[in-house]
Design a binder for this molecule. Sequence first.
Ligand SMILES: Cc1cc2nc3c(=O)[nH]c(=O)nc-3n(C[C@H](O)[C@H](O)[C@H](O)COP(=O)(O)OP(=O)(O)OC[C@H]3O[C@@H](n4cnc5c(N)ncnc54)[C@H](O)[C@@H]3O)c2cc1C
Length: 270
Amino acid sequence: MDIANYDSRFLILPIKKIIDENSTTKTFVFEHSLGGNPGQFLMMWIPGVDEKPMSIAYDDGKEFWITVCNVGETSNALHGLKEGDKVGVRGPLGTSYEFGKGDHLALVAGGYGAAPMYFVAKQAVEKGIKIEFLVGARNEDLLLYIDKIKDLEGVTLHISTDDGSAGHKGYVTEVLKEVLAEGNVNKVFTCGPEVMMKVVGQVADYAKVESWLSMEKYMKCGIGVCGQCAIDDTGDLVCTKGPVMSWKYLQNLPEMGKYHRDAQGKKHNF
Ligand SMILES: Cc1cc2nc3c(=O)[nH]c(=O)nc-3n(C[C@H](O)[C@H](O)[C@H](O)COP(=O)(O)OP(=O)(O)OC[C@H]3O[C@@H](n4cnc5c(N)ncnc54)[C@H](O)[C@@H]3O)c2cc1C
């Protein structure tokens, strides 16, 4: 994102609809378009609680969605809101996944990463792009967006669960190896836990296919001012240089798949 083009408008929007996705995750629908592209994020402010980055799960020019997993203070407060309650929104922010006619994409999603990957798929199928959509979760209950993905024409869905309760028993990256061995895919996009994305980058690299990852680092401002999401050792900021970044760039970073920093900048190993 170029700070010179940053749209600083801060919107206060009512939640139009809330959809229960599974036991820990909800989708929030807003009747407004941010003009966002797949991979970009917004800053979501819950009055009296905090402001946090959230991936834009969908934006069709009329409404946008975010899909949020309940893991801590802010996400829990959001899960406690009702339809009609208002939140603050800034965005769209950051970089997006780039694709075009002639591509054959593999989209690899873990956890709520299925939401931004769905946004890629929705736009890509409209351009006639072929898609292998790989969704992984610990068990069947935690799989996200499966029915929505099945509704997309031109998309082949590959499910995997750690416990084998649905699809392939094992990691989504094992399925990726098989998909890439067929030799049709020319780009891999992934969104999910960093440790999973690191293996995706390695598997794609081995198959000589370029990949792009959506990096999740602790962010405060989302616009390159606070420096909270600076990457070791380059100093680049994930909120402006990312969150979508190439494996080519990420593969040699000392922190990749190893640790992240909290609000105080303290390191925590994954
Ligand atoms: C670009 C971007 C896009 C995101 N998109 C989504 C999304 O679509 N849906 C969604 O549910 N969340 C998303 N997140 C994560 C979200 O911003 C919050 O970090 C998350 O909701 C936890 O906030 P909390 O206040 O509820 O929990 P906290 O109270 O802040 O933390 C709960 C636990 O999660 C850990 N944690 C918090 N933030 C991070 C982090 N960035 N990396 C690793 N561990 C962390 C904390 O250490 C703690 O253990 C995204 C983050 C980024 C940077």
